[in-house]
Design a protein around this ligand. Structure first.
Ligand code: ZN
Length: 305
């Protein structure tokens, strides 16, 4: 295998992206899941989102969840926000890492936050100043970066323009969201390659959904280009409430299982992550898409009977 990074950083998004698309679960169950994830060695956890409770009722208890979480010094916790108001709420309760999301597709952005991409970018400019004034960092997530369920193809130039505006306004990093699983390895190679050419110094995180079975292949394509920051969700929890047919994120334990065998260190203890995945299944009361949870790690022996 060509040179892969020796180490990558995973951001566990199950408690946010996953649970946001589930029927509301009790606050204490969310806290228990985040606490279980904090013990896995994962470096980053997107814990909650500060969205309007009418839009996403399942995240109405974000502040309570966060205050009850047993914060680990070795984990960077973050909150997702849709706008300046959400950022202010996240900053008020002590978050020092936030992510704000904007869609590269106008139609998806309007569905999501009821305004155009350009209007969101104006709000984000103000939001970045507020975050920095509070001593926080803010990553701008460009969603529908690999395609939009309403508009279809999203041109790479459009994604780069949105990312470029965010960078010019002071974003501390960019994440590309494959909101509805439209990415393929060739599209990843193209978008990441062009991003690197245009913004060689930008911190780049990738967020894949496994909607069409390309999640791990997309990660591998990006690894080969040296990308070191990825989102994943325990058990493969996840979806997007505004995207029809959306399914879970690339599954954390499946990703860990694959890349560790290729010599890429994730810092994650696979057994502990599998325990967290069992916890996630109990919490949502259904079987999750995780494959390694079903089959066990590749070295698990089958008893001779
Ligand atoms: Zn997502």
């Amino acid at each position: 295998m060509s040179d892969l990074p020796q180490r990558i950083s995973l951001r566990e998004v199950g408690p946010r992206d996953g649970l946001q698309n589930e029927a509301p679960v009790p606050t204490e169950s969310k806290v228990a899941l985040i606490d279980a994830l904090s013990r896995t060695g994962v470096g980053r956890i997107e814990a909650v989102s500060f969205v309007h409770p009418k839009a996403i009722p399942s995240m109405a208890d974000a502040a309570e969840v966060w205050s009850a979480v047993d914060k680990s010094a070795s984990v960077r916790y973050s909150a997702l926000v849709p706008n300046l108001r959400g950022a202010q709420r996240a900053l008020e309760v002590g978050f020092r890492e936030i992510e704000v999301v904007v869609s590269a597709s106008d139609t998806h952005n309007r569905k999501n936050v009821n305004r155009s991409t350009a209007e969101s970018l104006d709000d984000i400019s103000e939001l970045l100043q507020a975050a920095h004034a509070a001593g926080a960092t803010c990553q701008v997530i460009v969603s529908t970066a690999f395609g939009c369920p309403y508009e279809g193809e999203v041109p790479v130039s459009r994604v780069l323009d949105v990312a470029g505006r965010a960078m010019a306004d002071g974003a501390d990093g960019i994440s590309y969201g494959d909101t509805t699983g439209m990415a393929t390895p060739s599209r990843v190679t193209q978008l990441v390659g062009e991003t690197r050419m245009r913004f060689p110094d930008a911190g780049l995180n990738l967020h894949f959904h496994n909607t069409r079975g390309t999640g791990l292949a997309n990660v591998l394509a990006a690894l080969q280009l040296g990308v070191v920051d990825y989102d994943a969700s325990v058990g493969g929890l996840g979806g997007c409430p505004y995207a029809p047919g959306a399914t879970g994120n690339v599954c954390t334990e499946d990703l860990v299982h694959m890349v560790e065998d290729m010599g890429v260190d994730t810092g994650v203890d696979l057994d502990a992550m599998l325990d967290a995945a069992r916890e996630a299944e109990r919490l949502v009361g259904r079987t999750l898409p995780s494959q390694v949870l079903r089959a066990g790690p590749r070295t698990r022996l089958t008893p001779l009977t």
